[in-house]
Design a protein around this ligand. Structure first.
Ligand SMILES: Cc1cc2nc3c(=O)[nH]c(=O)nc-3n(C[C@H](O)[C@H](O)[C@H](O)COP(=O)(O)O)c2cc1C
Length: 420
């Protein structure tokens, strides 16, 4: 190994990715309670789900005292001319300063340096790092020039990273990082990684799959040592990602390939205790992890549809309770189904906070039904379908094509097909 290598300095409020096993960014599966669960079981850092710069710009930062969270919200787009009086703001991003503030990395989807800076500025004081997603292969990301499209436009990707390094790091004293996939040949990947490392970033994560590869295809690790070497030479921390199942395996693989740490997605989606080392007890039974998850979700007043979606990945498909969970209408229902009697009181409080079950206002339910019926009666079937789709979404039913396409038993990798 080269001697006298200097590391890119980690800014005062930033975090060094070296020696860490971290939770991957995951749309829907990486919302606040999932991140807190991962931290509870020993994740060293957590990435938030990719949030597109345009959706953050224009949001208002609010403190939610009852849940102890900070939320970036915007007025809901109802698709109809007059929004209901009791319409709640849409929450675009949510974090818990006390429970994850020191460990949270904000990941953004972007294809423009100015917008990236504007977006980062909104959250930089509340998080410990900003990460740019340059790996998402799905058309909704790549057609806009974001995600994996950035791997083919390295000038643009470097300009984004440089703009963040120059504007965000000095002001907020946090580091900038990037998450990429491997390219077809080692030579192409090497050229890209060298350029990225010269932008001033403090960290780089490599998902060891090429852009066309599907999540079920085995990760390819034959470029990893080279990538880790290039990063080390430049003083940039390198995290490996792809088919890492546990903390112990992540640390072993990182050492084997010369990487600095590892990132876990799908294994953590299923059972977050994968972050616990064998020495500390290893994998916990799914029932214990589910109970922890439900409790945390209620504490942070998580969107109920998201809680059910995540539970569908955590409760093994063969369990009798798997199906009924998706039918639940409130946290109380969920606790009853899962026989979490000790959480029933908390469940009632959560239902009251988020307006579920007996606390769902009759007016709200009526409004929703009336909206769909009125739109359909007026011939606006497209709009009616959209409202219905939004309802399904908030009930945890899949709306993304990649999700609807999957067979029910493949819940585990729910959005994996759309993953970066
Ligand atoms: C449900 C889901 C959502 C994901 N969303 C994102 C995302 O927002 N940003 C990102 O960079 N990668 C995303 N990914 C990809 C993962 O971060 C990770 O790179 C990939 O799943 C490979 O890791 P694994 O083999 O440990 O699952 C997602 C993956 C899954 C399964």
């Amino acid at each position: 190994m080269a001697t006298g290598v200097t590391k890119v300095p980690i800014p005062r409020r930033g975090v060094d990715y070296r020696g860490k096993v971290v939770l991957a960014p995951m749309v829907r599966s990486g919302e606040l309670p999932s991140r807190l669960l991962a931290l509870k079981y020993g994740a060293d850092l957590v990435w938030g789900p990719e949030t597109v710069d345009r959706s953050m710009i224009g949001t208002t930062r609010r403190v939610n005292d009852s849940a102890g969270t900070i939320e970036w919200t915007r007025p809901p787009s109802h698709g109809q001319k007059e929004k209901p009086e009791d319409a709640r703001e849409s929450v675009i991003y949510k974090m818990h300063p006390a429970r994850e503030g020191e460990k949270l990395i904000f990941q953004m989807g972007t294809c423009d340096p100015d917008r990236a800076v504007a977006c980062a500025r909104l959250v930089a004081a509340d998080v410990r790092g900003i990460d740019v997603n340059a790996g998402c292969p799905k058309p909704f990301s790549t057609t806009g020039g974001m995600g994996a499209a950035l791997l083919r436009t390295p000038d643009k990707l470097c300009a984004i990273l440089e703009a963040l390094v120059q504007n965000i790091t000095p002001e907020f004293e946090i580091g900038i990082s990037v998450k990429i996939r491997i390219l077809e040949t080692a030579a192409e990947t090497e050229a890209l990684v060298r350029r990225l490392c010269a932008t001033g970033i403090t960290g780089l994560t490599v998902h060891c799959r090429t852009t066309p590869m599907r999540p079920r295809e085995k990760a390819i690790r034959d470029q990893l040592r080279m990538i880790a070497d290039v990063c080390r030479e430049a003083g940039v921390a390198c995290l490996m990602n792809g088919d890492v199942e546990t903390r112990d395996e992540g640390l072993r693989l990182a050492a084997e390939y010369g990487a600095d740490g590892a990132m876990i997605a799908v294994a953590a989606e299923k059972n977050s205790s994968c972050f616990r080392s064998e020495e500390d007890g290893g994998l916990a039974p799914w029932r214990d992890v589910v109970a922890d998850y439900v409790k945390i979700s209620m504490e942070v007043e998580n969107k109920f549809g998201n809680t059910k979606f995540v539970l569908a990945n955590m409760v093994p498909g063969k369990q009798m309770v798997h199906g009924p969970i998706t039918q639940c209408k409130s946290y109380t229902d969920v606790c009853e189904r899962l026989e979490l009697d000790h959480l029933l009181e908390k469940a009632r409080a959560a239902d009251m906070a988020v307006g579920l079950g007996e606390f769902a206002t009759a007016a709200k339910k009526k409004d929703k039904k009336a909206n769909v019926a009125a739109l359909a009666a007026g011939g606006n079937m497209a709009q009616a379908r959209k409202v219905k789709k939004d309802e399904n979404k908030s009930a945890g039913k899949p709306s993304h094509p990649a999700e609807t396409a999957r067979p029910p038993e493949a819940c585990q990798s729910a959005v994996a097909a759309s993953s970066a």
